[in-house]
Design a protein around this ligand. Structure first.
Ligand code: ATP
Ligand code: MG
Length: 226
């Protein structure tokens, strides 16, 4: 299928941590790059990283770097990185640092804007604290980014999906749509749950990702993109 899209910055959130945000981001980047639209993936905040001779490296950011067009540097993809694999604001405090929305806004304004598509992976779910007084969602609001919600298809996801889309919309943002991601553990009554979401989510389903590591042929319906 052909994706119709102009320059766009898309924030990828999820129903929870570990629901396949990075997995879906990599698939989206691949789809855009394969059809000749240069796309880059960002992981603005990462917690959980290995020390290497080149500095801290986070697995999500490495996956996004690999899937991005034009060999961007690691620092370009992931400006804020902490070693402990815990909530990022706690990880920051543990190493005597802090982060803020102002810092993220400044990073965003100074980024290289040569890409047609920018995919920004969040951390955790929608209301992710970045310090005691601010959430990552405030950065998305400040920059008016369009949002895609990755729904990790497991027990509890109906509640998480409905609450997430409600919160994003209440924050005044455009939800392009949501993606059903079947995790490696098959969900009992998958199709029944999916049908419920299709009927009740106030945003279009952009596609399903199956759990055998392979995207379905007509994966993302990006006709909804601007
Ligand atoms: N559709 C899928 N098929 C197979 N494996 C998957 C699929 N989706 C996710 N996974 C695997 O599940 C794990 C969690 O996925 P992923 O890292 O993409 O989640 P995440 O939401 O980005 O997590 P985090 O909140 O840590 O950023 C990874 O090992 C990933 O490879
Ligand atoms: Mg991730």
């Amino acid at each position: 299928m052909t994706i119709q899209s102009t320059a766009q910055s898309i924030f990828i959130t999820g129903t929870d941590t570990d629901v396949g945000k990075t997995y879906v981001c990599a698939l989206l980047l691949k789809q855009f790059n394969q059809q000749g639209q240069p796309a880059i993936g960002y992981k603005p905040i990462a917690a959980g990283a290995q020390q290497t001779p080149d500095g801290l490296r986070n697995d999500d950011a490495l996956i996004l770097q690999q899937a991005s067009s034009g060999n961007p540097s690691y620092q370009t993809i992931n400006p804020i990185c902490y070693e402990p694999a815990i909530a990022p604001h706690i990880a920051a405090a543990m190493v005597g640092e802090s982060m803020s929305i102002e810092q993220l806004n400044q990073w965003w304004q100074q980024r290289d804007q040569q890409y047609e598509i920018e995919i920004i992976e969040g951390a955790g779910g929608w209301r992710l604290p970045i310090n005691d007084n601010q959430w990552l969602s405030e950065f998305v609001i400040d920059q008016k980014l369009d949002v895609i919600i990755v729904v990790g298809m497991k027990l509890g996801c109906l509640n998480h999906a409905l609450l997430t889309v409600e919160a994003v919309k209440n924050d005044g943002l455009n939800v392009i749509g949501w993606i059903a991601n079947q995790l490696s553990e098959p969900m009992p009554y998958y199709q029944t749950n999916l049908d419920y979401l299709i009927k009740n989510m106030p945003a279009p389903m952009l596609g399903e990702v199956n759990s055998n590591q392979q995207a379905k042929p007509k994966l993302f319906d990006l006709a909804h993109f601007s």
